[in-house]
Design a protein around this ligand. Structure first.
Ligand code: PEP
Length: 241
């Protein structure tokens, strides 16, 4: 279960969240929990999470190791502040920051070769869904995004753009249909290993809809935006059973 805080929370607010969240999930053992705070909160989060088994993720990364790239963060810098994951290809980055399948692919390559696990986001817009192009779009994003990349350290997140931050969740059946398609495309790339790649669903996941989504065979977890900002709400998602 992964929390994507987007551009929310100062260091103080991060501290408040973690102090509230840790006791709520202290007994959780069989769910991997990942939090992606803004870059500025990563050091304080790393310190507070300490020996807990909650992992940290960056929300983005650049594909070069270092150099004259004002405003960017390298994979090594994320490792340096204890990140084990990075989110790549989120639709907000594609939509507002000009990310393409090609830059996403370069970022995934760089992150994996630096030893970061990657949460690779894909998903169709409402227009693409309504014009019957969902599978074409997912296929293109997977083929281009994962060109030359091995399955090691890879997690997929299916996030229909029309469900992100809108309160409109894909039905469990819609999610399953897309996840099954994604798994079969991963099968074309990775053979049987595709069965072991986790595919998260993202798009208005909340404590009260997570278990019906998780009941579906190919839904292995969730990437959560809005509902991950409060400790009790994200803990409710983590403890969905
Ligand atoms: C996200 O941004 O990854 C997301 C799924 O957001 P929300 O849960 O707010 O729809």
């Amino acid at each position: 279960m992964a929390a994507n805080w987007k551009m929310n929370k100062t260091t103080k607010e991060t501290e408040g969240f973690i102090n509230g969240f840790l006791p709520l999930v202290k007994d959780v053992q069989d769910v991997e929990i990942v939090i992606a705070p803004p870059f500025t909160s990563l050091p304080v989060a790393a310190k507070l999470l300490g020996e807990s088994n909650i992992k940290l993720a960056g929300q983005n990364v650049f594909y070069e190791e270092s150099g004259a790239y004002t405003g960017e963060i390298s994979p090594l810098m994320l490792k340096d502040v204890e990140c084990s994951y990075v989110i790549i290809g989120h639709s907000e980055r594609r939509q507002y920051f000009g990310e393409t399948d090609e830059t996403v692919n370069r970022k995934i390559r760089a992150a994996i070769s630096a030893g970061l696990a990657v949460i690779f986001c894909i998903g169709e817009t409402l227009e693409q869904r309504e014009s019957g192009n969902t599978f074409n779009i997912l296929k293109r994003q997977i083929t281009e995004g994962l060109r030359g990349i091995t399955a090691n350290g890879l997690v997929l997140a299916y996030e229909p753009v029309w469900a992100i931050g809108t309160g409109k969740t894909a039905s469990p059946e819609q999610a399953q249909e897309a996840h099954r398609f994604i798994r079969s495309e991963l099968g074309n790339l990775y053979g049987d290993t595709a069965g072991t790649i986790r595919i998260l669903y993202g798009g208005s996941v909340k404590p009260d809809n997570v278990s019906s989504l998780m009941s579906k065979e190919d839904v292995d977890g969730a990437l959560v935006g809005g509902a991950s900002l409060k400790p009790d709400s994200f803990a409710g998602i983590v403890k969905y059973i």
